[in-house]
Ligand binder design. Structure first.
Ligand code: FAD
Ligand code: NAD
Length: 462
């Protein structure tokens, strides 16, 4: 069997993997990137996650602002949005491929990789099914995650059940969407499809909505989404899915043990994501995984085998593209001899759930700060206090800042407001710079802007 030799082999074309490939290629090291699907050049984010969903969020907001009346009008906006999403994804996928492909030190291989030995991987080419081996000094596992599908009778057989990838392939706007799961994926899709005009019902097995958030923030989100026409059932145990002529029936049990049946055109399963490690045959080389299949790594992302690292979702860290990118920085620092950056030095990671308006947070919630024993000062402000969001006709939302009463440092901030996905980065920067909260209270911001609300919010700290 043919064996190719490389300095570094990267399995998976995701954010961390491809950024590392470009970095090493520019240093004239020989790198192979093995990706099992041409449709996934660029990875999950570009092709089936962040980029297409956020393109749909913007298109859905545009559609809402035009108040389409009939289903046909709504359908036209939806169809155009799907086309625009596809155009964007195709462009970015090609750009991503070209960036690696045009580098003479990088070889992109379209095939499925699995381990044979700590330095050896077998590759089955996607087109021809030809098999060869790659030998590399360093190997980076960057194989990401895929939808985790619960065992529900009838789910597998149904023609109406989708995951986040397949729902976005639907060219026809479903009249009703039943969403199972109310975290990032469930809420973002509920928000998008509702804005396009579908009837949306969300089923969540937990009894608490957005359990990681303070109750006042969660209540504000719940209320706003309800006002937008989304129905929620918490404590909902989905029991069965059964197709009817052009629809499907979803039976669930409520907290009291009563069974209800919902009928709809489409069901989205948004119940989390599982590590893509089964095909790698990690057991052959002693790369250990945890009970959920994620690769076990230390703070420098080293697996249990010395020359093998894992970056991105597959290492069980937070599932965000910017974390995958930061994983690249951890590896880069090690390969450069510095090795200072690690998951332990990573701090103040912000996040946003792209509902309308987006919910963004950095640092601790009020409840977490109290649990951790801090003496705190808290400020709260309705998002509508900001003139810019009023102008944008998006006044919904609630803002909250938590400050350490002894040190005046910012412990956390939650912004449920239009543009919060941008503004939260300013707060995160202030936290990184270890600034006192008064810096945000007194900083000169442009006017009118959403960021200037930070003057008002931190000005309310007692
Ligand atoms: C619907 C949705 C929306 C999201 N929105 C956001 C967002 O707005 N912002 C954000 O930061 N994050 C978002 N995320 C999370 C983000 O997409 C992921 O954290 C990120 O893409 C993970 O990238 P990665 O580097 O781990 O690898 P991935 O990009 O997942 O790449 C892994 C690649 O490995 C390939 N592969 C797997 N096994 C093999 C094998 N054996 N051989 C060869 N190739 C293989 C796969 O085909 C895949 O292309 C979203 C996720 C979802 C599902
Ligand atoms: N804006 C973003 O950055 C963004 C957007 C989308 C996804 N993501 C990432 O993708 C990851 C996956 O997101 P997700 O929302 O799919 O998963 P998740 O793990 O965050 O949440 C899954 C939800 O489904 C519920 N659930 C599980 N099984 C259920 C069942 N049988 N019936 C009813 N409810 C059930 C859970 O209680 C939970 O609320 C997240 O970790 C996130 O980091 C990020």
């Amino acid at each position: 069997m043919q064996t190719l030799h490389f300095d570094t082999l990267i399995i998976g074309f995701g954010k961390g993997g491809r950024t590392l490939a470009a970095f090493l290629g520019n240093k004239e090291q020989n790198v192979a990137v093995v990706e099992k699907s041409k449709e996934m050049y660029g990875g999950t984010c570009i092709n089936i996650a962040c980029i297409p969903t956020k393109s749909l969020v913007l298109s859905a907001e545009h559609a809402t602002s035009h108040h389409p009346n009939t289903y046909e009008e709504k359908q036209t906006y939806y169809r155009k949005a799907i086309e625009e999403k596809q155009r964007l994804v195709t462009t970015l996928r090609q750009k991503s491929y070209d960036k690696l492909h045009t580098n003479p030190h990088i070889r992109v291989i379209d095939g499925l990789a699995s381990f044979i030995a700590p330095h050896e991987v077998q590759v089955v080419l996607s087109d021809t099914q030809d098999v060869f081996q790659i030998r590399a000094e360093k190997i980076i596992i960057s194989t990401g995650t895929e939808p985790s599908i619960p065992q529900i009778p009838g789910l597998e057989q149904s023609r109406h059940v989708y995951n986040s990838t397949t729902l976005m392939e639907l060219k026809q706007l479903p009249r009703h969407l039943i969403v199972i799961g109310s975290s990032y994926v469930g809420l973002e899709f509920a928000s998008i499809y509702r804005a396009f005009g579908a009837e949306v019902i969300v089923l969540e097995q937990q009894g608490v909505f957005l359990p990681a958030q303070d109750r006042d923030i969660a209540a504000a989100v719940y209320q706003t989404m309800q006002n937008q026409g989304i129905t929620f059932h918490l404590h909902a145990k989905v029991q069965q899915i059964q197709d009817e002529a052009n629809q499907t029936a979803v039976a669930f049990m409520d907290e009291q043990g009563q069974t209800h049946t919902l009928v709809g055109e489409a069901v989205l399963v948004a119940t989390g994501r599982a590590a893509v490690t089964a095909e790698l045959h990690l057991e052959k080389v002693g790369v250990e995984t945890n009970e959920r299949g994620f690769v076990k790594v230390d703070e420098y992302l080293r697996s249990t085998v010395p020359n093998i690292w894992a970056v991105g979702d597959v290492n069980g860290g937070p599932q965000f593209t910017y974390i995958s990118l930061d994983d690249f920085r951890i590896i880069r620092d090690q390969l450069n001899g510095g090795g200072k950056h690690s998951t332990r030095t990573r701090q103040h990671v912000p996040y946003s759930i792209f509902i309308s308006p987006p919910l963004s947070r950095v640092g601790l919630s009020e409840a977490e700060a109290i649990r951790q024993g801090y003496e705190i000062k808290v400020a709260k402000l309705p998002a509508a206090a900001n003139t810019r969001v009023q102008m944008m006709r998006e006044p919904a939302g609630l803002l909250k800042a938590i400050v350490d009463a002894r040190t005046q440092k910012i412990l956390g901030c939650t912004l449920y407001s239009a543009e919060s996905n941008e503004v939260i980065n300013t707060v995160a920067m202030a936290m990184h710079a270890d600034m006192d909260y008064q810096v945000l209270r007194d900083n000169i911001f442009t006017h009118p802007s959403v960021s200037e609300v930070l003057n008002d919010l931190f000005g309310l700290i007692p």
